[in-house]
Design a protein around this ligand. Sequence first.
Ligand SMILES: NC(=O)c1ccc[n+]([C@@H]2O[C@H](COP(=O)([O-])OP(=O)(O)OC[C@H]3O[C@@H](n4cnc5c(N)ncnc54)[C@H](O)[C@@H]3O)[C@@H](O)[C@H]2O)c1
Ligand SMILES: [Zn+2]
Length: 674
Amino acid sequence: MEQNTKAYEQVRTLTDLLNQYRHEYYNLSAPSVSDQEYDRLFDALAALEKETGIVMSNSPTQTVGYPSVSELPKTTHAIPLLSMDKVKSEEEMLSFVGDKLVLIMLKLDGLTLKLTYENGSLQEAAIRGDGYGGDIVTHNARAIKGIPLQIPHKERLVVTGEAFIRPSDFAALKETARDRNGKPYKNARNLASGSIRLLDSAECAKRRLEFRAFHVLEGFDEYPLKSDRLTILKPLGFLLCSYLKTTAPLSLKWIKVGIEQMQKLAEEQDLPIDGIVFTFNDVAYSKSCGQTNHHYKDGMAFKFEDDTYESQLQYIEWNTSRSGEIAPVAIFDTVEIDGCEVSRASLHNLSFIEKLELMPGNRIKVSKRNMIIPHVEENLDRGGFDMEKLIPHTCPCCGELTHIHETESVVEGQKRITKALHCDNPRCETRRLRQFVHFAGEKAMDIEGLSESRLEKFIGCGFLHSYMDIYRLDVHRDQIVRMEGFGEKSWQNLWDAIQRSRDTTFERYLIAMDIPMIGNNASKTLARQFHSSLDEFEEAVVSGYDFTQLPDFGETLHQNIRDWFQSEDNWFVWYELRELVRIAPPSADGPIPEVGNNPFVGKTVVVTGKVEPYNRGEINAKIEALGAHAGSSVSSKTDYLVCGENAGSKLDKARQLGIPVLSPADFFLMAAGA
Ligand SMILES: NC(=O)c1ccc[n+]([C@@H]2O[C@H](COP(=O)([O-])OP(=O)(O)OC[C@H]3O[C@@H](n4cnc5c(N)ncnc54)[C@H](O)[C@@H]3O)[C@@H](O)[C@H]2O)c1
Ligand SMILES: [Zn+2]
């Protein structure tokens, strides 16, 4: 009995929650959770209903959409407009399709509209609503592209299709359009659904809605195939939802190909989709399939696999970096993603954590972005966030008080403040150790054998206070030789390596100075501009040179250089160290641009991921050899992104900015002038 009450409670709670989400989604066009999260809860409820046998009458598994609460007049749907069942794998789709002939259609991500024509003119445009009735929006029909008001066909005709907003239009509209809570719309579907209900059709026209027909609900009974009924709509003035028509039974391979092709088409044609629909082409057979309260059984939606995994946040690890920023890392229950065990993910900064309202114990959704970097996508237990309780108030390393730093940046024309936790103590041991590790590292002074553990020991013994002390380590020779793990020979090797590092390059010297964001590429650009001369570079800094004129240098990089040289300590190191090193003259035999017939001349090309068989340095050298500039980060100045295996966040950025993305194969073909 008690068991039953509990099950009943569970079913009811989940039903109520999903109904609240449906109201937000269908009526307010302002959902508070993602579609994936909604689908996950929906599946959980369906499973629970099956297991317990308890189904509420208002369950989302039994009803469609949500009853409308708008002021618009309502209509009823004589033939119910139901939802669609969904699968997430091609195998499941194959078992649904069997040996039947189907239409493979875009699943446009907008909302269903039903258009009724009598005597050749549009009588009514209505929204699906709860499947049995919905809002009448005929007043907005002329504001929607693709809806003919008059058609050369006198008999009654009822057409269903999707009203939607294109991704590119959404990108432009989201800047100004606001939902009823005054917030920007989260996606194109919500904007479409909010816009179509507007009372003022002039306002609606500004929202660039478009209609594409996917089904003839009444009329053209003489045609036995859905595809024929659709084709006949074209000369009547309708735009059609794109589809492929199969002529033979599908194999698993062709199901995959079909899905891929349709996905590609949607991308190329700038159409918003949230899946691909497979529907039996034969109308009589479709009717014989029957229906549930929720969907007709003649069609099935393939929804793109949601590759996030649920886990639970155990705690946040805080790591002091050499810049003093204390970087948060999520430690969560291990999940297996693509055969790898994952239990930690960077949380980037305090703003990221704040946005997710993350607290230890919360259930979270984790993904591997671009298949490689673990990422916390979603917090399933929001509501208990408390920044004060969450962050360490003292540096985990030196114990000094921590501070929250706020930096301002401009993203897509909007000011954004990012909060990060910092240890401001310049003597913080971890910060110092990380700085020394960077200084001795391969890309900087490249001192072989000066490992992190050795540096830790030397700092601990008080041998190293500044970088210059490395070049005076022989003062402590006797002590070092007697240290555990050392001897005459290993000391000598280390000392030789230290001496060798004094012959260095402009680029290495600059990287060693650790000016934020000055790495391989930026230092190369500076070397080229200032002829590998520290004097020339220094002169530029002093005389207020504008670094943003250099390729791939933005305002931040410019400011970083300026800020770095503001510090007296930094100037001191800059001068002192110069006395100890010899900078190689600029190499005259740099790569000779194979300029000629390739489209990259004078362009900025950025690489992300691995481009076999080259490492990053080699592929950048290739780019430079083409007469192009090898950029390190994607910005509006980037002309191409070459995307190798295991691409990183640069790919997202490039897509956001609409920068052409090339596969390594494309890149080499174009470079060859093909
Ligand atoms: N985030 C939230 O809070 C929230 C709440 C409710 C629903 N949702 C989302 O909405 C989904 C349920 O919505 P639904 O019931 O409208 O189902 P659906 O969107 O999953 O599928 C049915 C709809 O697909 C559309 N469609 C597009 N192209 C089509 C084509 N070629 N043929 C047939 N239909 C086509 C039609 O409008 C049809 O009504 C959920 O799975 C979830 O993703 C989200
Ligand atoms: Zn510290």
